[in-house]
Ligand binder design. Structure first.
Ligand code: DAT
Length: 170
């Protein structure tokens, strides 16, 4: 039987989580330590001018990355996880941060009060973890704490070891 990863020689990883949990920090460090390509979806939307209202944007993002995802070897970094094709990913990492620490990080961003409140509530209620579990097979969903820079280093080490051990059709 053809499995999801049959056509890929390298794995695809999704790194998701509430804004501020460290997706970009973790994804860029992991890309620097592996042969994988970091795809930051927020940057991609800006670079390719894909911002045409959320429903159109979803289709445009998926069309834009489809070929790269079929080839494999990507780390996708985005705070929404449910609309990507399930078959694209071999591992879905959900970064999680303690609320007081996340608040300190987000307060430095130019967010409105309602956006700040929304993001903090997302983290309190583990919305991204629930979205990931309902969108992908639970055995590929990996929650990881991201409270300190030591956590970033240890998460990157863990993920590097996983990438090195990954085999097509495993
Ligand atoms: P995201 O991509 O999830 O929005 P980020 O990588 O841009 O988050 O990080 C937001 C800020 O927090 C940035 O200043 C780096 C810092 N940071 C990220 N992960 C951290 C961690 N585990 N410990 C301490 N600071 C972290």
């Amino acid at each position: 039987m053809e499995t999801n990863s049959t056509r890929r020689s390298k794995p695809n990883i999704l790194i998701t989580g509430t804004p501020g949990t460290g997706k970009t920090t973790t994804a860029s460090a992991l890309a620097a330590s592996t042969q994988l390509r970091h795809i930051n979806i927020v940057d991609l939307v800006k670079e390719k001018n894909l911002n045409h209202g959320f429903n159109d944007e979803i289709d445009l993002i998926c069309n834009e990355i489809n070929h790269m995802m079929e080839l494999g070897g990507n780390i996708v970094d985005y705070h929404v996880c449910y609309f990507f094709l399930e078959e694209w990913f071999d591992l879905v990492v959900v970064l999680q941060t303690e609320i007081s620490e996340l608040y300190d990080r987000l307060i430095n961003r130019d967010y409105s009060d309602s956006k700040l409140k929304h993001d903090i509530e997302c983290e309190v209620f583990e919305v991204l973890l629930e979205d990931a579990k309902s969108s992908y097979s639970e055995d590929i969903v990996k929650p990881m704490k991201s409270n300190t820079l030591d956590d970033v280093n240890s998460n990157v080490d863990t993920l590097m070891a996983w990438v090195q051990g990954w085999q097509p059709n495993a």
